[in-house]
Design a protein around this ligand. Structure first.
Ligand code: ADP
Length: 492
């Protein structure tokens, strides 16, 4: 099949979140299955043009009342095979993408012209195919920035060489929908009656993701459990009704992880690489390194709880670190354990974490983003804590399982799909889980895990091994997408 990924970010060119990793890993995995995969994304200012190859001639893209003229660059995606490389195309247009930031900057988190920027980009996708004379069987779009692509395909573009093209839209996080003033609808060049018919309307605003959800042939999200949750008001961010309407075309396909970067056997950031056979020795060395680096007392026999996260409400930081009600203070005061946190995000939370670090001997933290330390924490912790409010896929719990670190997670989204709760009677399971996002539930579950550390060591060792045997490779996910693409093509 010829598959075109349309995306606002792809590793290694531009990344703000898991979407960028998923698009490049999925594309490479599909190419390895023999499909012809290409990716199209904007050429942001941070992407060095001199390292790319320029296509000859300009590309004319109709937006609003006029036509914008842009350039196209291309490069091969790193990690491609020689036999079947994945090619990336970059839409280059100074006015929209020649600036710092992808969706915004710290001073302007959501650029005022984002609706126009991504409307332009979504139209450019079709012009690019015409220019390179390459027409995909499947156009696979990701999140709100390219949610207009399936809309344009359904309303206007599906003719001529696109007559048999089908569209798939993947939701990586329903919390971000691209909601803008409906004045921007003008840029789409669609008739006004389609504003309602195609599903743009959202309380007198224009919702790009909603229009994409209403128009794509098939919809996916990044874990089966999250697919179910998003059809309920508690997790649906007001789109649960639309998703229920489209339930027959909507499914969850779990993300994989980069098993080369996250491999305890070949990890350059840990003191002693290890496998399932010498996991205790490898983890002990990493634990000691963390204790030394973070200024915790060096003690192999005290349970160490690690956390690496964006410090945002989605991750349950209120219940952990909220002044007066968060549970971390009492956990560290009452229980014989240590805790390390790596993260950055909301400033109140960074402030509280610094405070706790200064006042507690068994709690230490590093504020900031640090790839190396995140590997060390994954390897050296006994437990990894993720009390997320919602979690479409979640990567860290998968890294933890692969590194023999037992996750303590809330029973939600991708966490629920990848972790199995400890059964105290049989010793089965791969982690510790709780349902309610409350400080008390986190306290009790961490307490339960620490109890098991001191009293059920053999069960924990079995859990570690069970987790390390899991297959989290992208090949499995790519095969599921392949089945979905084929079924969609067969139906139309
Ligand atoms: P989300 O995409 O919602 O942030 P995920 O668990 O899916 O959550 O992915 C987060 C990724 O970002 C993980 O690979 C995690 O290790 C990494 N990460 C988050 N914060 C930091 C940090 N401060 N330093 C290093 N890596 C981080």
């Amino acid at each position: 099949m010829k598959i075109l990924m349309t995306t606002s970010e792809t590793v290694p060119f531009a990344k703000t979140g898991g979407l960028a990793d998923a698009v490049s890993a999925l594309s490479l995995a599909l190419a390895r299955l023999g499909h012809a995969v290409r990716i199209v994304m904007p050429r942001y200012f941070c992407i060095d043009r001199t390292k790319l190859e320029q296509l000859e001639g300009p590309l004319g893209v109709r937006v609003g009342g006029g036509e914008e003229w842009c350039a196209v660059y291309t490069a091969e995606l790193a990690g491609s095979t020689k036999k079947n490389p994945v090619r990336v195309y970059f839409i280059d247009y100074e006015r929209f993408f020649g600036r710092d930031g992808i969706y915004g900057t710290p001073a302007e988190p959501d650029f005022l012209d984002n609706a126009l920027r991504y409307t332009f980009f979504s139209r450019a996708v079709f012009q690019l195919c015409r220019k390179i004379n390459w027409y995909p069987h499947v156009i696979h779009s990701h999140d709100w920035p390219t949610a207009l692509v399936p809309v344009f395909l359904k309303y206007g573009e599906r003719n001529g060489p696109f007559a048999d093209t089908v569209s798939v839209l993947t939701i990586h996080n329903l919390g971000y929908q691209g909601i803008y003033s409906k004045n921007n609808y003008y840029y789409t060049n669609l008739d006004w009656d389609l504003f309602y018919q195609a599903g743009f309307d959202d309380w007198n605003m224009m919702n790009l993701l909603k229009a994409g959800i209403c128009s794509a042939d098939k919809l996916t999200t990044v874990s089966p459990h999250y697919a179910e949750e998003t059809k309920t008001p508690a997790y649906g961010f007001r789109l649960d009704g639309v998703l229920r309407q489209r339930a027959g075309d909507y499914q969850g396909i779990a993300n994989g992880i980069d098993t080369e970067v996250w491999d305890p056997q070949h990890d350059p950031y840990i003191p002693l690489p290890y496998t399932i056979k010498n996991v205790q020795i490898g983890k002990a060395a990493a634990k000691e390194a963390i204790q030394k680096q973070f200024g915790l007392s060096v003690n192999p026999d005290i349970p160490l709880i690690g956390m690496v996260n964006r410090l945002t409400d989605q991750k349950g930081i209120g219940e952990l670190f909220g002044p007066t009600y968060g549970c971390v203070w009492s956990l560290c005061q009452n229980i014989a354990m240590q805790m390390v946190v790596l993260g950055s995000g909301e400033s109140w939370c960074e402030h509280e974490i610094r405070n706790l670090s200064a006042r507690l001997a068994n709690f230490k933290a590093q504020i900031g983003y640090d790839e190396k330390i995140s590997h060390l924490i994954e390897a050296g912790s006994d437990f990894f804590l993720m009390p997320s409010r919602y979690e479409p896929s979640g990567l860290n719990q998968m890294y933890s399982l692969r590194y023999g670190t037992i996750p303590i997670v809330r029973n939600t989204g991708g966490l629920a799909d990848t972790v199995e709760n400890f059964n105290q009677d049989t010793g089965a399971g791969t982690g510790f889980m709780f349902d309610d996002l409350t400080p008390q539930a986190i306290y009790n579950t961490v307490g339960w895990a620490v109890w098991a550390y001191y009293n059920r060591r053999s069960s924990l060792a079995a859990m570690q091994k069970a987790g390390m045997k899991h297959d989290f490779s992208w090949k499995k996910s790519a095969q599921q997408y392949e089945v979905l693409y084929k079924a969609t093509l067969a139906r139309t």
